[in-house]
Design a protein around this ligand. Structure first.
Ligand SMILES: [Zn+2]
Length: 319
């Protein structure tokens, strides 16, 4: 009985090692987890090589095949990185963080999505169904080994994957507030604002252009509302992104109403046009975390009454 349990443990252990190795080399050589597992099995079962040694040996053969040095691949012993310091795409890192918030996944392929925080700030995380990981609990602190960073339009996030190790820690973390506050006149509402469609593919959420995702091609998009705006305080410009809730609060237009407006006009751009008319030229104070070059608005406060568009026009003409 004990032997059987031990054998099963070793097998799943080998599969984990195989998955990790395949992940490390997937960018460099054509490699399947099953093939790596077979090679590990041969070494461990037939030649009685200790697992760690077998792993090193298999890794070495892939290093040779890829023409790489050991320090060029994501190899165990990642750097422990503070979430606010994540500034590169596709880095394998370890993170110790608290689950600050869990969101409703947009896609069935996503097991969990939300925010992780540590003393330095917060970052988004995604875990996929296929990774088959234990569920993270809101408010709990974890040491997450082997997560991979992701960058999209200056926003960084981490992806949990099937090689990620999860250890719950019996401690609390005071999550840092990396929010900034910027003020200025809203001088532009950029394209990709108003009623938009997002790609429904797993972990994607890219905004579609003419029904196409730059990564996944033609897809059936999901409606969303947002504003990508530019605030100008006379000295500096700040780019801000308002998500659905903040946009709904500020404009008084709900996602449902926006869809109805678009349906009535047979045109989605009526929504952003109405927002432009309502919001441009007015001063706002926007607070939220800074990600890349954007401030992600948690809060928006209108500082002045909407400017008279006529007056702005006259002024513009007289310059
Ligand atoms: Zn996509």
């Amino acid at each position: 009985m004990e032997n059987k349990v031990e054998a099963i443990a070793t097998m799943s252990d080998l599969r984990t090692h195989a998955a990790e190795i395949a992940e490390q080399f997937s960018e460099h050589v054509d490699v399947e987890t099953s093939e790596v597992e077979e090679r590990l099995e041969t070494l461990v079962d037939e030649y009685r090589v200790p697992v760690d040694e077998a792993r090193r040996s298999v890794e070495n053969s892939y290093l040779e095949e890829a023409g790489l040095e050991r320090d060029e691949i994501g190899q165990g012993g990642n750097d422990e990185v503070r979430v606010a310091d994540i500034d590169e795409d596709e880095q394998w890192i370890d993170v110790t963080a608290k689950v600050v918030d869990l969101w409703e996944p947009r896609s069935e392929s996503i097991a969990q999505v939300g925010l992780l925080g540590d003393e330095s700030g917060r970052t988004k995380f995604v875990a996929f169904e296929t990774s088959d990981l234990p569920e993270l609990e809101e408010g709990a602190v974890y040491r997450l080994g082997n997560v991979v960073t992701d960058e999209y339009q200056g926003d960084f996030s981490v992806k949990l994957n099937r090689t990620t190790t999860i250890e719950q820690l019996d401690e609390d973390i005071e999550v840092g507030d990396d929010a900034v506050t910027v003020e200025g006149a809203l001088v532009d509402i950029q394209s990709g604002s108003g009623l938009i469609k997002r790609c429904p593919e797993e972990g994607c959420t890219r905004v579609l252009q003419n029904g196409r995702c730059s990564e996944h091609g033609d897809v059936e998009g999901e409606f969303d509302l947002r504003i990508k705006g530019v605030l100008d305080d006379g000295e500096t410009v700040h780019e801000v992104i308002l998500g659905r809730e903040v946009t709904e609060d500020l404009t008084g237009i709900t996602l449902e109403e926006a869809q109805q407006m678009a349906k009535d006009a047979l045109d989605t751009t009526v929504v952003v046009e109405e927002m432009r008319e309502d919001l441009l030229g007015t001063y706002y104070r926007v607070s939220g975390p800074e990600l890349g070059r954007y401030v992600l608005a948690d809060e928006v406060e209108r500082l002045t009454e909407p400017a008279d568009p006529e007056a702005v026009l006259i002024k513009a003409r007289s310059i």
